[in-house]
Ligand binder design. Structure first.
Ligand code: SF4
Length: 418
């Protein structure tokens, strides 16, 4: 049986897993392990609360990296492995995975809540313990030019290195991995489970690392992608892209597509609303664009905060000149959530104007998302303007692309189509 704790799991997304597959995921965790983890969890709760309060109090300041002091387990727990990308400084370690580059004393936990200095070594605590697993249409990621009308075996582990004030999944992203439900699913078992779901439903072709922030479970993604790619599955990462270049290149070498959230085009917005820096994300977009992994970009348009038309034009122009006109760009509708419940949903006219601006800047594939039944979810040929893929929400009604080309004028359509 899966360990069931009365904790948030991000349930309610996507289709339920096919019958029989939940059983594959379930495995007893021994009573001793459960008790050990419960004690560690209870003992660290007070420190965790202190750190979150401290973070909120500091919200108005410059970019804030909150280390969770003395919040690491005393020994490497079940769901851990030694981390990649860190340097030792005596008994201190410096994580080199993301631009925060947290320096952790022995027993400290990083800003993302998933990496900890245990006895002078850096460990990931987000390895093989997804808190939520669902089957989603690939269009939900959103990836519109990557195997349309297929499904993705989608999962997340708790934790994130950003602090987006409007996070849709804050219940699983702004927590420690052990504070939410944990399936026991190390990379080989994940690959096997995904492969078995694929055998039951041939439209499931991909594993998607999504919902929270895959940077926070970096090694789990890496090893799972390696384990599953030789079983004929593809792998996609849905990320904010706040990661250093070397680890990103390593990801790009093993996965098939990366969707990056470009949250705005204003450094102040990034720092205050997302707790990150624009520059690092732009570097990641350029890095993925030059890699073998397919790239799509999403911008969530938040009323009054990042919906300035001049900034949207600068963003589109930057994308046009730095990654090219053929990379799909999605403008997504904001809905009030988490700490930004005071704002209204994005007006549809703002999204339409954003799309017009991006097309005007020369981008070929610009979509509006989170607005079901909008014709701007469709793909049109950039040359002859013919309708190529008709979508209704996440449902693909028709797709006439043949061998990656428009069937009417032969124009090559950027994407992974088979
Ligand atoms: S991945 Fe986590 S521990 Fe590493 S630098 Fe980023 S926030 Fe800090």
């Amino acid at each position: 049986m899966a360990r069931k704790r009365s904790k948030k799991s991000g349930e309610g997304k996507g289709e339920p897993l096919p019958k029989g597959i939940r059983a594959i995921l379930r495995k007893d965790i021994s009573r001793r392990e459960f008790i050990k983890k419960s004690i560690v969890g209870a003992g660290t709760l007070a420190l965790g609360v202190y750190s979150i309060d401290h973070y909120i109090l500091n919200r108005g300041r410059d970019l804030f990296s909150g280390i969770f002091n003395r919040d690491a387990p005393s020994t490497p727990p079940l769901f851990s492995r030694e981390a990649e990308f860190y340097v030792k400084k005596g008994n201190m370690v410096q994580c080199k995975l993301c631009p925060f580059e947290c320096i952790l004393g022995e027993g400290d936990r990083g800003h993302c809540r998933t990496r900890a200095n245990i006895n002078g070594k850096l460990y990931t605590l987000a390895y093989g313990n997804p808190c939520t697993i669902h089957i989603d249409p690939i269009e939900k990621k959103p990836l519109f030019h990557f195997l349309p009308k297929t499904k993705a075996f989608s999962l997340a582990v708790g934790g994130c290195n950003l602090r987006c004030m409007y996070c849709q999944n804050w219940e699983i992203s702004q927590v420690k991995p052990e504070s939410v439900e944990e399936y026991e699913l190390p990379p080989e078992r994940l690959a096997e489970a995904a492969s078995q779901t694929h055998q039951k439903d041939n439209s499931i072709k991909t594993i998607a690392y999504t919902y929270s922030e895959p940077v926070a479970f970096y090694e789990y993604v890496l090893d799972s992608a390696r384990a599953s790619s030789n079983r004929g599955l593809k792998n996609v990462i849905i990320t904010s892209g706040y990661i250093n270049k070397k680890p990103l290149l390593k990801w790009a070498g093993v996965v098939d597509a990366i969707k990056i959230d470009l949250k705005g085009f204003n450094e102040k917005f990034y720092r205050k609303i997302n707790g990150a820096e624009l520059e690092g994300v732009l570097r990641s977009i350029k890095t993925v664009a030059k890699s073998r992994a397919f790239l799509e970009v999403v911008n969530l348009v938040v009323p009054t905060l990042n919906d300035n038309y001049d900034e949207l034009r600068q963003m589109a122009s930057w994308l046009r000149h730095n990654i090219g006109k053929d990379t799909p760009l999605h403008f997504s509708r904001f809905y009030p959530n988490y700490r930004l419940r005071n704002l209204p949903p994005t007006p549809i006219n703002t999204l339409r104007k954003a799309r017009e601006i991006a097309l005007d800047e020369g981008l070929h594939y610009v979509y509006i998302g989170n607005v079901p039944h909008d014709t701007y979810e469709n793909t049109y040929c950039p040359k002859c303007k013919a309708l190529l893929i008709e979508r209704i929400g996440y449902f693909v009604k028709k797709n006439v692309i043949k061998n990656g080309r428009c069937p009417y004028c032969g124009t090559k359509i950027n994407g992974v189509w088979s």
